[in-house]
Design a protein around this ligand. Sequence first.
Ligand code: HEM
Length: 407
Amino acid sequence: MDDLSRRRMLITGGALGALGALGAASPARAKSLWTWAPSGSVAGKGAGVDPDWVWDEEADPVLAAVIERGEVAKVNEALRKWTRNDQALPAGLPADLRDFMERARRLPSWADQDKLTAAARFTTKKGIYTGALYGLGSGLMSCAIPREARAVYYSKGGADMKDRIAKTAQLGYDVGDLDAYQPSGGMIVTAVKTRLVHAAVRHLLPQSPGWSGTSGGQTIPISQADIMVTWHSLATFVMSKPIDWGVRISPSESAGYLHVWQVTAHMLGVLDEYIPASWDEANAQSRQVLDPILASTPEGRELTDVLLDLVADLDAGLTRPLINGFTRYTLGNRTGDLIGLDKEPFWQPLISAAWPLLVAFREGLIPLPLIPAGAWTVEEALRKFVLFYLSEGKGPSIEIPDANRPS
Ligand code: HEM
């Protein structure tokens, strides 16, 4: 972090509550009425209750009890040994938690291994796009999602935001693993652990004065609607950009990629009646829940700073201006402004001109000589970023928090 942003963080630290409260009252937070019909979901039917009022009725009481009994450290120690989908649950878990996890680790009856294989094929072939989009698109978009930014900021992990962001970004990459939901993979473990973390956060954050003062009236965080907002910032967004760019994606790869994210939503505890059954339904839901809530918050701008520092730390030749430029190109200037990204008069026009040519070259549509030399700087920087995440970027294991960020 440069000195200026460090100072800005210190100066704004004390004022965050007040500023947050202003942000909460701003019109940008206006939420549209929930009208998305459960007939468009993987369940095909449902009560149609607004998911803003639904949390996780199975996991939440169990994690609240684990925290109240003072068992978090013991549970975390046991769970560190649980890493593979086909592994038995470790010894030493309290009985209520173990029972819940045995149920939660089961894949939904509608999980389709052929589609999951097609999803892995998509990520293998298009990893440069999905990698750059998870890290620099979805990762930075989350800073413009007020509820997510604030929940992350005021939770325990908020005190070490780099670690927190790295772990969440990692999930995007794990979803693309060849064996994500195979016996040898780790996505069932990751998703169930994340479900436990979210349930713990629902118990803890309402006790945080910082969170309660900025939550805009929400009394329990991470509703099912909130999870779907983040889901769209990952799945729906990451599928939409390559399509905009003219990348060729076969119908089976597109369906597979949707499927792996549908399964992931289910494993995170989202009810099937809220999980879109098709990309058309996903796009419709995204327009309703994600687009209207994007807004600027002090917490989100701080998270942006931290995320950009994380990228700079990779020392992958990625200058912050290049990243600003690529992010503005993918997320658009409106979101770029919301999270406080600098405008980049040099990089933005270069990236806007070079990126479509790079895509066309990779898709076999134009020959090499038509690519300007400067375009390779962009390509090389993004490739290094993606490779870092796929190899060394593996973060430490997911831990259940037992407290909020110290105030
Ligand atoms: C923790 C992923 C939705 C807030 C985590 C972790 C992962 C994750 C992998 C564990 C990382 C860690 O140990 O720090 C996801 C995915 C989501 C989602 C894939 C949706 C598809 C949300 C939403 C919110 C949220 C909607 C808030 C509105 C948090 C918080 C933590 C957390 C506060 C705990 C940080 C701590 O340890 O203190 N999430 N998340 N997440 N998530 Fe989510």
